[in-house]
Design a protein. Sequence first.
Length: 248
Amino acid sequence: MGTVRLVLRGGWMAGLLIACVPLHYLWKLAGTPSPWPRRFLRGIGRAAGMRVRVAGEPLAGGVLFVANHMSWLDIMILAGASGTAFVSKGEVGRWPVVGWLARMNNTVFVERAARAAVRDQADALRAALGRGQPVALFPEGTTDGGAKVLPFRASLLASLYPPIADVRVQPVAIDYGEAGRDIAWVGEESALDNLKRVLSRRGTLAVTLAFLKPIDPAAVGDRKRLAELSRGRIVAALDPSGPAPDRL
């Protein structure tokens, strides 16, 4: 039955691709903003079995979403709920099909291994935010397969300093509950093996997407404190019994 579920869900995703890509280019030719990347990603999430509950209100523009990271599914549910573009590793842009789809959603690609390129990367992210494009970043950079939220890397948050007028950071807590350990992409597992495993799962998976109180980078003062404060709010949302975050 796992193989049957894999085939059916894969077929659903292929149908979404065939339907949404031509419509996206028609909107582009007409010179109007295309809703189809967001609809496509939301549909992919549903095809994968995600049932999303949204808590809070995502900012519509001038926002950098920062979220904890468990799975490639994070991209589908966050984009589907907010229409955001993403910051992604440069290698993703070179993947067949996936890189092409990522560009359609205005992904900002960064070469994280190239220290000399950090300023250019920050400038690219800053330019996207300055245009009013919502952008999302997973500051952990990876996952550990458990419920623990790893320390946030502050390097790309340098794009917010000096502060950009009317741009805010909005932390987002993604909570898969106990199922998070089952779907996480960690260790030596390949992208294809993880995809097969997730799409072969039985039933649906409930996930809560909590858009938390926005943060004004100017009020925080520096990127390291901004990273710590954002992470603290996400950790508190995932575990309300823990210590209270900074109330700035």
